[in-house]
Design a protein around this ligand. Sequence first.
Ligand SMILES: NC(=O)c1ccc[n+]([C@@H]2O[C@H](COP(=O)([O-])OP(=O)(O)OC[C@H]3O[C@@H](n4cnc5c(N)ncnc54)[C@H](OP(=O)(O)O)[C@@H]3O)[C@@H](O)[C@H]2O)c1
Length: 349
Amino acid sequence: MRKQQRGNEEKMENKIDQSLIPRRTLPGGEQIPCMGIGTFGSDKYGAEAVSEAVYGAVKYGYRLIDCAAVYQNEDSIGRVLGRLFAEKVVERKELFITSKVWNDMHGEGKVLASCKKSLSDLGLDYVDLYFVHWPFPNYHAPGCGGDSRNPDSRPFSVEEFMSTWRQCEELVDKGLVRYIGMSNMTVPKLRAVLPLCRIKPVALEMELHPSFQQPELFAFARAHDILPIGYCPIGSPSRPERDRTAEDVADTELPAVAAAARAHQVHPAIICLKWAVQRGQVPIPFSVKEPQYISNLKCATEDPLTEDEMAAIEGEDRNCRLIKGQVFLWEGAKGWEDLWDINDEITAL
Ligand SMILES: NC(=O)c1ccc[n+]([C@@H]2O[C@H](COP(=O)([O-])OP(=O)(O)OC[C@H]3O[C@@H](n4cnc5c(N)ncnc54)[C@H](OP(=O)(O)O)[C@@H]3O)[C@@H](O)[C@H]2O)c1
């Protein structure tokens, strides 16, 4: 018993001081932590491993958890949240939990059903921020290969997207979600939909790492008071095979990242996260390994990068998108670039 108590005390000592964690401000003034933990196991880590990491991460001091229905682990995460509340590690109101509606649940009435399912799996009365995961209803089966196509897939439609968004707005009205956000958007799509929103998105979840900085979309979001949340902040070294191509760059090997890692005597992954926090996006790194997720959050509280290091990493942008989304393409699409409006216009059929 005494041994167990000592073990618990040691763990409690290994807790981050919340007041050291920088905050980001949402429109309306609420402050959220500058970093969260991701929960997509990338076909590599099962629900138990991911949810145990969430448990350890919250005990250590993470307060922002990035979930999604399609990650197929919200029920396991719900169980560890229940444990954390029962053990009085945190209260519900101290956490900022996101979830996302998957592409096969955009239709009329389905967003509410999807949100209720996530709430029930997570064991919560509300989620803090609910995202439209991808801006079209194109669906692929979890774990499918990169070349698989769904014949029902189609290009982005403002009308279809807004019918999904209206349902998200109703979730806010019903008190089931506190804020709503968009993900995997482009500047042309945002230009088209933002004027139509009754409730504006407070956040935009987007791929962001040193070799893929999306400067235009990042600046557009900031100019519209939308907080960028950066996914794959370390360049997703464990991403599924379907999201890998020969041209991909490893962020941790970029010269400016490697040089800063040597100077600060940390793993290059830590440099990617310091850069993200100092740039002003909210990175949501994933890890099931305790030393990794601890050092990830801790790095935001100490030993910042210099202005020169920040500038050198800014110079490493290679426009290297990792999550190309090719499984969401429709018949007749030319290639994954069609999903991302690279000619500054919404791609049509
Ligand atoms: N909205 C969207 O469409 C979308 C898309 C993708 C991801 N996301 C979200 O973003 C989260 C993060 O993205 P991600 O998981 O793809 O990529 P990531 O966070 O860039 O990479 C995660 C991997 O980096 C390695 N890592 C983590 N911390 C490390 C450290 N301190 N030192 C060395 N290596 C470290 C681990 O690899 P090993 O496991 O090999 O150790 C881990 O699996 C996801 O979990 C998900 O919540 C959202």
